[in-house]
Write a protein that binds this ligand. Structure first.
Ligand code: HEM
Length: 415
């Protein structure tokens, strides 16, 4: 590549170097060089990193970029599933995406209600426990609610086991060694479990309601008129319930934000629009998705950078959510910033950017926001609890990140 103005950063040990520098890796380098494009010499392979709102806009230009070949196999074998919707392009992607959008359209209130019922059912047990680890409870609550919504029968006795497997797939994201293998094994087991359920639906042994994800995915037809294989259907059913359980990470950060910012207590009680702003700030401020990847479809030049065909391109999601050109004082937790935030499709992208009907942007942002808003109301206004001494620090060098203690609460009571 002959990009004389583009800084080149050596990454001799590949993933290991990126993990060491963590969420701030691209941001530190783009800020140092005052630019939105970097070239990485990633163990001999050239990779372009894009940042800033304009970088995001370019990344979501589907004429220039594709997803096929961009998601590393290690991420497909743990987080997304091999050949899942995340890796598709063109009409095939839009058709598969419609399946997800149709399952989620106007479902946010219903899903949040299911989550709230599950939270409320735990209070009596919490009241008699010395300590409650909120993250552990959140993943079980969300797993139960996700399965109820999707039409999957899950006995209470199996909830913890399945929730642990689902979270292991998410936890494998930046993990090398054991964390990766635990996530990979969890995916193998879960795909087998759900593949069996899909077979049972198809041969009539199970009869889920017709408006559930289980039914719709079991009988979904690709553009060629064929049903998905039962394993592929299991992968996509997992793409409903796994990310629901992943909301438990944001629930834990929400609890941390309530605890660290008692100055917002009164507003959280009285003002539902402030609760929405608070949730948006949790999604912006705390680390979750670090980067996204794509490959250039064809050669082209942008802002002096020459993109070659099939070149790997990485978008700095965390960096854009902390970009000082978009956010005043980005490292300050300030829900009020959302009062007059001028949102485009590319300047606030915790769950991806662009138009969700046309790009890979997450179809479940309304659900995520509604679940978090209701959970915030529950934690801040419906119950009381103590927060005993514990290690609440979280690392920006681990993806996904989480407060060390999982957020322990005690002496829980209805308010
Ligand atoms: C913790 C909250 C969540 C976060 C941080 C999150 C994040 C993301 C991100 C970053 C993407 C990819 C965007 C891209 O590639 O351009 C995505 C896609 C997706 N998300 Fe979410 N998500 C969350 C919750 C959910 C939930 C609750 C569901 C399902 C109920 C869901 C289902 C999906 C699906 C199916 C896709 C693939 C869309 C496509 O490839 O077209 N997500 N999400």
């Amino acid at each position: 590549m002959s990009n004389y103005n583009i800084p080149v950063i050596d990454v001799p040990e590949g993933l290991k170097d990126l993990i060491t520098d963590g969420y701030n890796f691209i941001k530190n380098n783009t800020e140092q060089h005052r630019c939105d494009i970097l070239e990485l010499n990633f163990m001999g392979q050239k990779v372009v990193c894009l940042s800033g709102e304009e970088g995001a806009r370019l990344f979501y230009d589907s004429e220039r970029f594709q997803r096929y070949g961009a998601v590393p196999m290690r991420v497909q074998k743990t987080l997304f599933g091999v050949n899942a919707v995340h890796t598709m392009d063109g009409q095939g992607h839009i058709h598969r995406k419609q399946l997800f959008l149709s399952l989620m359209r106007k479902k946010e209130k219903k899903v949040a209600q299911l989550v709230m019922k599950n939270w409320e059912s735990r209070i009596d047990r919490w009241a008699t426990s010395k300590n409650v680890v909120l993250f552990d409870e959140a993943k079980d609550v969300l797993c139960s609610a996700a399965c109820q919504w999707a039409g999957i029968e899950l006995p209470e006795s199996e909830v913890k086991k399945r929730a642990d497997e689902l979270i292991a797939m998410v936890d494998a994201l930046g993990g090398l060694g054991p964390r990766y293998y635990v996530g990979k094994l969890a995916r193998i087991k879960t795909e087998k479990w759900l593949g069996g359920i899909i077979d049972d639906v198809r041969n009539g042994r199970l009869k889920p309601e017709e408006n559930t994800a289980l039914f719709k995915i079991a009988f979904f037809k690709e553009l060629d008129g064929k049903e998905l294989s039962s394993q592929m259907a299991a992968v996509e059913l997992l793409n409903i319930i796994r990310p629901m359980v992943a909301i438990s990470l944001l629930v834990t950060f929400t609890a941390l934000a309530i605890h660290k910012h008692p100055e917002h207590k009164e507003k959280l009680l009285l003002d539902s629009s402030f609760r929405e702003m608070f949730v948006q700030e949790v999604r912006r401020y705390y680390p979750f998705v670090p980067v996204l990847g794509a490959r250039s479809r064809k050669g082209f030049t942008w802002k002096g950078c020459e993109f070659k065909e099939k070149m790997l391109v990485i978008l700095d999601v965390y960096g854009i959510n902390h970009d000082p050109r978009i956010w005043d004082d980005p490292d300050k937790f300030n829900p009020r910033r959302f009062e007059d935030f001028d949102s485009s499709l590319y300047n606030f992208i915790p769950q991806g950017g662009g138009d969700p009907t046309k790009t890979h942007r997450c179809p479940a942002e309304p659900i995520t926001i509604e679940v978090l808003k209701n959970t915030l109301d529950f934690l801040a206004n419906k119950i009381t609890y103590d927060v005993p001494d514990q290690n609440l620090s979280y690392s920006l060098k681990r993806a996904p990140s989480l407060p060390q203690s999982g957020f322990i609460i005690s002496n829980v009571k209805w308010r």
